[in-house]
Design a protein around this ligand. Structure first.
Ligand SMILES: Cc1cc2nc3c(=O)[nH]c(=O)nc-3n(C[C@H](O)[C@H](O)[C@H](O)COP(=O)(O)OP(=O)(O)OC[C@H]3O[C@@H](n4cnc5c(N)ncnc54)[C@H](O)[C@@H]3O)c2cc1C
Length: 469
């Protein structure tokens, strides 16, 4: 019987995990996860590449995975160190003949796959990689990747007409595991160098919680029935599915979500909202495939469209103010403060703060993307960088002049300024108009309501009257 190292990456689940199923067919499995400190390094902008919320969520996900493996006669070995080195050590120590893992598509991850496979060759160890992150399997695409349409609607129409979502892989009941393993415990945040104490996360990490959330969102609360109408809201936990963080670590499979929606449509109701959640999952797929098609270009200043002549401002102080939620534009600051306090921001909020950053402030867009990478609990390399490309106008948005008027967005999505005031309590006494148009109010009228610009709320970085034209 062969010993197979199963290297968990962004596929931290037992359900619908093709790579794991294939590993089990090959021999006795050693389930492993490597925590690589390189990911926690500080960027030159003062924040860590992977911030505390992301790491806390990952640790909870690992703890849940470990419990689920233990319930199936197995366990999870967790090593802290350089990924390639730790995998190589495990391979030697446990006499491994094959390394199995799930496929990633972006530069650093694929370079790592290549390096590992190169180091395995002289050891005569095989490496097998399986696709598992998207709703539609890459092999089922109705075109070669180089012909992937650059416009989402074209992609969606083609794929919906031709391609079928594959069925789910069963969750294993028992996992035949390599013997005599020294299994390790999941470290705490502080054990891996984080001083932050975050309290409870809004949604706890892990496959079990992911499946419970799916069940709640679809079956218990029927929230899915109104998803299309609520998805642009800002307050509460149920206006959207909140499955993104689970998807980002692979704690839930997009196919699982899809087939659950299909069941709901067959048994309860099929409407625009039930379809729209699948539609959004298609955006996720699309950005995954776009990342595969364009490779390193999604991270470049010139973006997918290769716009070399576009200039961006490198103003560190404006960047700092945006990060802290101190731009002096209340709707922007409220969203940024939510991000900093919870690790999450709604889709509407992300579009607005990213557009403000790239289009109004004209700041180096990838700084913003890097900050999101650090902070977002649901950070997904393809979704984040491709959405930033799109909003900054250097990605695959067919409308080249798309522009979000921040004032209009504030009135459309937070008409009574309830959301904005929640995150900016210093503006509580102001009316909704005074909040949203704070830069157009007189000093005296603000002072009457205890607001002094430049003192307890910042002077705006951007002239409000530009949004009034
Ligand atoms: C600048 C910017 C950066 C973003 N960065 C990320 C990121 O790092 N990780 C991430 O998962 N999403 C990202 N998004 C997309 C979107 O904002 C989040 O997926 C969504 O807000 C997550 O909340 P939810 O799960 O409740 O979404 P729902 O509205 O319930 O949507 C269901 C699922 O569809 C997918 N989805 C929805 N909208 C998008 C979209 N625009 N692009 C790709 N997938 C989508 C997500 O997987 C989401 O979980 C970004 C959007 C913008 C504008």
């Amino acid at each position: 019987m062969h010993n197979v190292l199963f290297w968990f990456r962004n596929d931290l689940r037992l359900h619908d995990n093709e790579a794991l199923v294939k590993a089990m067919e090959m021999g006795k499995v050693l389930p492993a996860f490597i925590i690589d400190p390189v990911e926690f390094k500080k960027t030159k902008y003062g924040f860590k590449r992977k911030g505390a919320f992301r790491v806390a969520f990952m640790l909870e996900t690992l703890a849940d995975l470990k419990r689920n493996l233990q319930n199936r006669g197995s366990d999870l070995i967790i090593k802290i160190g350089r990924t390639e080195d730790e995998l190589l050590k495990l391979i030697t120590q446990y006499n491994i003949s094959t390394l199995v893992t799930s496929k990633e598509v972006t530069q650093e991850e694929t370079t790592m796959e290549y390096e590992i496979s190169t180091r395995l060759k002289p050891l005569n160890v095989e490496m097998e990689i399986f696709w598992g992150a998207t709703l539609y399997h890459v092999r089922d695409l109705p075109f070669q990747l180089k012909f992937l349409p650059d416009v989402f609607t074209e992609f969606r129409t083609k794929i919906e007409q031709i391609t079928i979502v594959r069925s789910l892989f069963d969750t294993p009941e028992i996992i035949d595991t390599v013997e005599n393993i020294e299994f390790s415990k999941v470290p705490t945040l502080s054990e891996i160098g984080f001083q932050e104490s975050l309290g409870d996360l809004t949604f706890p990490g892990g496959e079990s919680h992911a499946l419970a959330r799916l069940n709640y969102y679809i079956w218990e609360s029927n929230s899915i029935e109104h998803y299309k109408e609520t998805r642009n809201e800002l307050i509460g936990n149920n206006f959207s599915s909140r499955l993104s963080s689970y998807l980002s670590l692979g704690a839930i499979s997009p196919r699982k979500i899809y087939w659950e929606i299909k069941k709901y449509e067959a048994e309860i109701i099929a409407n625009d909202s039930t379809y729209w959640l699948i539609f959004e999952l298609l955006w996720r797929d699309y950005f995954h495939f776009i990342s595969l098609k364009y490779g390193i270009r999604i991270f470049k200043r010139s973006g997918i469209r290769h716009l070399m002549n576009k200039k961006w401002r490198k103003n560190r102080s404006d960047f700092e103010r945006w990060m802290k939620g101190e731009t002096g534009v209340p709707f922007i600051d409220a969203n940024m403060r939510e991000l900093n306090a919870t690790g999450y921001m709604s889709n509407r909020g992300r579009q607005v703060v990213a557009s403000f950053f790239a289009k109004d402030l004209n700041l180096e867009w990838w700084w913003g993307a890097m900050y999101f990478e650090s902070q977002l609990i649901d950070y997904d390399v393809c979704s984040n960088w491709c959405n930033w490309n799109y909003i900054a106008g250097i990605g695959n948005d067919p409308r080249k002049d798309r522009y979000f008027n921040i004032l209009k967005q504030a009135y459309d999505y937070d008409p009574d300024a309830i959301y904005t005031k929640f995150w900016l309590p210093e503006l509580n006494k102001l009316s909704s108009t005074e909040v949203h148009e704070i830069g157009l109010q007189s000093e005296e009228s603000l002072a009457d309501k205890d607001v002094v610009l430049g003192n307890n709320y910042p002077v705006s970085l951007f002239p409000f009257d530009k949004w009034k034209k």
